[in-house]
Design a protein around this ligand. Structure first.
Ligand code: NDP
Length: 336
């Protein structure tokens, strides 16, 4: 297999030297296992956290180990009754062209239902995070105002569209004019560029009745602009904080934590962190059926950004942290 392994831990933004391409021998298939060929590899912001030594909600990738990641694969060989050669499966093989996996960890994908790459995006992990964070914590009601950033990505685009299906007014934030135009095509009521110098004023103008749900994907300057506009009883599902993933030191400036705690108290805010994994056992089937229905009915749009070849995965991943991707970022590792 050709694999991308973690060569060293980044300090701040990752650099090419932190990752290394390596050719390795694939182990023989044992009872209960299957040999897989990777077709698509998902690149996701959480992978930056796995490059750090400290424990988050998942254990870090070790030095010299293959980078972690979700994949869509073809079964080449099977020593399990659960899968047969030729099956297309959702797996977690990481950044490599081939792998041997426990067949119980594979989820079969029906290629007749949707393009198989969607198992990593609109029918997969990021959309599921949007779905559970919004419906279980955000709980949009008709007429409420929702704000979300990284809104052109797989999480944010789903948050906006699902909130709209619940009757909310939606404000999407993204970087640059191309993404802002796409947000309007997605049906966001207002689309704002967080890189524009007038960003804070644009946001004020977009939320004349305040914000009832702020779906937190980014933190940093966007959160600063949002904070004053939160209404009483606003909900803040904390899904991710991508603006901070490369930070090594606490941000400069006065300590604003007392201000935040005071707002949580007086405005009776609900601020709740979550990871989609906590909800898989209870909500995954319902998510699959709801999203499949919305897709079939034409009420959901999605966008994928493909990069060819495992050797280009690292550069694409670095770009993701800077907003260079436009849609769900996927590496086409081999032909489907
Ligand atoms: P995206 O494909 O949207 O990529 C990340 C985007 O973040 C970039 O394209 C960029 O878009 C934006 N961004 C980067 N830096 C900044 C910044 N400083 N300020 C504002 N925006 C920035 O990613 P996903 O949709 O996959 O993920 C979105 C968030 O959801 C991430 O925080 C991720 O960690 C989190 N997540 C959490 C999960 C959970 O279970 N809790 C599961 C999946 C994802 P732009 O050009 O618009 O700035």
């Amino acid at each position: 297999t050709t694999a991308v392994v973690l060569a060293s831990r980044p300090s701040g933004a990752p650099v090419p030297g932190n990752l290394r391409l390596e050719v390795r021998k694939v182990p023989a298939v044992q009872e209960g296992q299957a040999l897989l060929r990777t077709i698509y590899l998902s690149l996701d912001p959480y992978m930056r956290g796995r490059m750090n030594a400290g424990r988050s909600y998942a254990k870090p990738v070790g030095i010299g180990e293959v980078m972690e990641g979700g994949t869509v694969c073809e079964v080449l060989e099977s020593a399990s009754p659960l899968v047969t050669p030729g099956d297309i499966v959702l797996a977690h093989c990481g950044w490599q062209t081939h792998a041997v996996e426990d067949a119980r960890l594979l989820r079969r994908i029906d290629p007749g239902k949707a393009p198989i790459s969607t198992a990593l995006g609109v029918l997969g992990m990021p959309a599921f995070a949007a779905y559970v964070g919004l419906t279980e914590i955000g709980r949009p009601r008709p007429g409420e105002t929702l704000v979300v950033a990284a809104a052109a990505g797989p999480v944010g685009s789903m948050v906006g569209q699902i909130a709209r299906l619940h009757g909310a007014r939606t404000v999407g934030i993204a970087g640059g004019p191309r993404k802002v135009t796409w947000l309007k095509e997605l049906g966001f009521d207002v689309a704002i560029d967080h890189r524009s110098p007038g960003f804070a004023d644009d946001l004020s103008a977009a939320v004349p009745h305040g914000i009832d749900i702020y779906f937190e994907n980014v933190g940093g300057a966007v959160w600063d602009a949002v904070f004053d506009h939160l209404n009483d009883f606003a909900r803040v599902p904390v899904c991710g904080l991508i603006s901070q993933y490369n930070q090594t030191n606490p941000p400069a400036g006065p300590d604003r934590l007392p201000l935040l705690m005071n707002a949580i108290n007086t405005k009776r805010l609900l601020v709740r962190g979550f990871t989609q994994r906590d909800f898989v056992a209870t909500h995954y089937e319902r998510f699959q059926s709801d999203v499949s229905g919305w897709l079939a009915g034409g009420s959901l749009k999605y966008r994928e950004d493909f990069v060819d070849g495992i050797e280009n995965a690292a550069e694409a991943f670095f770009g993701l942290l800077q907003g260079k991707n436009f849609g769900k970022l996927i590496v086409r590792v081999s032909d489907d």
